[in-house]
Design a protein around this ligand. Sequence first.
Ligand code: WTA
Length: 654
Amino acid sequence: MSTEVASAKTYPPSSEFSSGAHVDAGRYEEMYAASLADPEGFWAEQAKRIDWIKPFTRVKDVDFSFGNVSIKWFEDGTLNVSANCIDRHLATRGDQTAIIFEPDDPNEPAQHITYKELHAQVCKMANVLKALGVGKGDRVVLYLPMIPEAAYAMLACTRIGAIHSIVFAGFSPDALGARVNGCDAKLVITADHAPRGGRITKLKDNVNQALLNDFDEVKCLVVKRTGDPIAWRNELDFWWHEEAEKVSDDCPPEEMGAEDPLFILYTSGSTGQPKGVVHTTGGYLTYAAMTHEITFDYHDGDIYWCTADVGWVTGHSYIVYGPLANGATTLMFEGVPTYPDASRFWQVCEKHKVNQFYTAPTALRALMGQGNSFVEACDLSSLKVLGTVGEPINPEAWNWYNEVVGQGRCPIVDTWWQTETGGHLMTPLPGAHALKPGAAMKPFFGVKPVVLEPASGEIIEGNGVEGVLCIADSWPGQMRTVWGDHERFMKTYFADYKGYYFTGDGCRRDEDGDYWITGRVDDVINVSGHRMGTAEVESALVAHSKVSEAAVVGYPHAIKGQGIYCYVTLMAGEEPSDELRQELRTWVRQEIGPIASPDLIQWAPGLPKTRSGKIMRRILRKIAENDYATLGDTSTLADPSVVDDLIENRMNKG
Ligand code: WTA
């Protein structure tokens, strides 16, 4: 396959930066080669980052062959994650701030929680969980704002060996209920309300609605965030602050096997409903800790801020587990980039003297549109490394980040990874690589990317090539299974390209051998950095009584990266109208959450289908993108004339 030439301008690290970095160019080459030559030796050494209760004797036991997929790392070792993230730091950094909490309202004081305080709070919460009947292996759903209690709850689960499943607080009661049911949770931890961007989400009301009817045995632990009134379920609901009074602030950590599940996190795929990605204990923590330190070039004493939400994998690995395993100071921000105004991110950087700042391209695009004055008003001299995650970053946003935010002196790490991968798989390292705007550049240690011909699955060797991205061997942070459905795990990731982990992304390896992610090759779309299955939005739409059929695709959106474009066929007798469009939007928000809200709805009297009834999404994608020149062959359609109608009535003209 041919490909365009890589962008000419590159941004090498300064020699001062490289010489002080954990990994410079020479060290990267040396370590990368060692990690592939002897993965067992390499990872045995890296696993020393973690304190083991019982050391492992086996490093890696992996089978990628379809039908037998099995992934195990450090299998016979034992450890406890909360002890690694807290207890082992107490002697050396008990009084150091572990978590800085910056509330939504800038007038509310920030909190600095030391490792000692974190220990006491996590132990208390662990004891409360036990008192509520939660034990090793039980599932606990967290539905919380970005408050310190979210980190306490995660770590409290790990302390007693319970498995957490965090549901992003922007999900609807229906989506929450499905996830409580999906993992058979014993307890939900939530807050009364979640302030965000000056608005309030009624979390406890949502939980009540989610648990209504079906789950009258599921208990709920409630953090008081605003104190505004909420509806209470007697005997099932408990205030965190009241229960905390009744228990000790010491709780011995449970000894866990390296392969015991640590958490479940639901994520979207190209088919069906979201699946519960399972991460386990030893490998995940080793990988999260190592990538956090190396990718961001984190040094002792640095203040690190990742703006993600703990409801996504980025928050798991790079707000809580990676940073705390490294004894870092990690900032948790409850708010949004534009509240009270578009300088909030930069004010927080100035206020807390942030050294590493990690965010999503969609936030940068939104802020870039507000003008430079919001950035320039703040002192950003503390910044050393900038990062992005979640979606491809366009060169304009990259340049703005580099020049206006980083003032040309902060390397930008464009980290490519997935919920499934646990941590970064490809990223430039800030002291090692000459950056190219928009490139994920190089594999992390131990990661063996391969580019395959999409149809044949043949490996494409050499540089200047493009294809689907697979990974040839396991790394410790890899997901182990889909909760309750190992078959689905194998089918999703190991069936299409035998012997490889299939990422779902396309990629280009440029003339220099550097990697560029070209986006999903399946029916997953990426809206404001939030990953979504088009099938989920479709099933929400067809659940509406007036809708007979729906097809959903992504289309380019200046701020969100991709927007949600819906083709909707109405039931016979229903009339299209703007009111109905609004009704369907509201409906999808209720079914899934505001993040799934359709941007454009086109009425489609018919959808392009093959004679066997399969919807031709390729054509729908092209129409949504305003790109008709390459519609391809439409002669195999059952009724080719529907395409003309769809083009005639497309939504985003111009
Ligand atoms: C996309 C988020 C380009 C990609 C950590 C991937 C990216 C999906 C990047 C995973 C990046 C993530 N450049 N695309 N730096 N990072 N993606 O599971 O399509 O929410 O497959 O994990 O986001 O999204 P997820």
